[in-house]
Ligand binder design. Sequence first.
Ligand SMILES: *[C@@H]1O[C@H](CO)[C@@H](O)[C@H](O)[C@H]1NC(C)=O
Ligand SMILES: *[C@@H]1O[C@H](CO)[C@@H](O)[C@H](O)[C@H]1NC(C)=O
Length: 302
Amino acid sequence: MVHSVTLGAVLLAVLSAVQALPAPTLAKRQAITALSQSQISSFTPFTFYASTAYCQPSATLAWDCGANCEANPTFHPIASGGDGDGTPFWFVGFDPTLATIIVAHEGTNTSEILSLLTDADIIQESLSSSLFPGVNSDIEVHSGFAGAQANSATDVLSAVESGISEFGATEVTVVGHSLGAAISLLDFVYLPLHLPADITVRFVGYGLPRVGNQDFANFVDAQGRSVTHINNEEDPIPILPGMFLGYHHPSGEVHIEDSGEWANCPGQDNPSDQCIVGDVPTIFEGNESDHDGPYDGVEMGC
Ligand SMILES: *[C@@H]1O[C@H](CO)[C@@H](O)[C@H](O)[C@H]1NC(C)=O
Ligand SMILES: *[C@@H]1O[C@H](CO)[C@@H](O)[C@H](O)[C@H]1NC(C)=O
């Protein structure tokens, strides 16, 4: 009798200990697995779309931009815009091969993104209540990213709505590299607030910096929709801004290792050295030339 009470108490203590573990500790326990070659190849069209976003809007609207456009030959452009400065270039269109609308945002060069991320005045702000109606104001994001996303948001939304009605699309994939990935992650949260519930929105980003606070990262995870952010080798951009400044990544990291293997890194900011947080503990361990790729052979840029 005494023994069973003791056993019960021990079990209870063990169970409470398990429940008390913070989520990242549980996530860390999930295995890091390698993507198969066919899983890696399935990202190639999106990698080219993210790269194509660096081309002039007139070229993407005509789908005449050389190798980047030719890599996705069945694409139907719908709209494009941006000035390559305060409003990075963007385009929207329909890919009948993948049966998805594509929204792509241009990024910026490494020195410019570094200055955006290491700016001493870096501030977080709540999402705009007109663009993001009903979203909790505890959710905060980098104000520079919020401003850049706001500049194209309504034009992107109308182009997506045209694509849904013209092509009968039921899926939207938002892609981008660098600053473009940050804008696209905000579109990933923004678009579903304005689209019919049966439209699936997914995100594929490359060299994504941290966009917002813990509430933002949790909100992205809670969407329950596909999020993949692919980090190349020792790229320092994805470890910025630092977690000590209150910035966190959503789940969905894929890390390209020096061996060329693509590792699936479960959870938020997985600390394993197979993932970007463990592999690049500080920017001094980073290599800026990894930011632009190659991502399975594709270098970012028009
Ligand atoms: C990066 O972009 C900024 C702003 O557009 C520009 O001033 C700078 O010359 C660029 N740097 C490189 C290396 O292209
Ligand atoms: C950075 O990466 C480039 C491209 O992989 C490589 O050529 C260069 O040697 C690396 N630099 C350092 C300091 O490791």
